[in-house]
Design a protein around this ligand. Structure first.
Ligand SMILES: [Zn+2]
Length: 109
């Protein structure tokens, strides 16, 4: 079953760090970062869009238990209505800080 841990692995596969810490000029999404008080992105979809090659299928961004979201047909049309998972960003969220939360499912924690 795919879920938040699988998403974490996908982003982990980028050996030079997480794409939200790279500029959009380098194929990242740093300029889209806009965090709430807990450090979670207000629009996770912007960050998942740049990972389309890694994630492959936008269906995995909807938790099977989340009936309030529907999978996007493609990454181009991905929005908040199509993503269950919350993503936490920041320059301190990287491989060197494995205790930092990266992805959270609002239903399963
Ligand atoms: Zn879940």
């Amino acid at each position: 079953m795919l879920g938040a841990p699988a998403l974490g692995l996908s982003t982990n596969r980028i050996s030079t760090g997480y794409s939200f810490n790279w500029s959009t000029n380098e194929g990242g999404s740093m300029e889209f970062c806009d965090r709430n008080s807990e450090g979670f992105e207000k629009n996770a979809a912007r960050h998942f869009q740049v990972l389309s090659n890694e994630l492959r299928d936008p269906k995995i961004l909807v938790c099977p238990a989340d009936t309030s979201k529907r999978p996007a047909l493609d990454f181009r049309n991905l929005g908040l209505a199509n993503t269950s998972y919350l993503i936490r960003t920041g320059t301190n969220v990287d491989e060197l800080h494995p205790n930092e939360i990266l992805i959270r499912c609002p239903i399963h924690g």
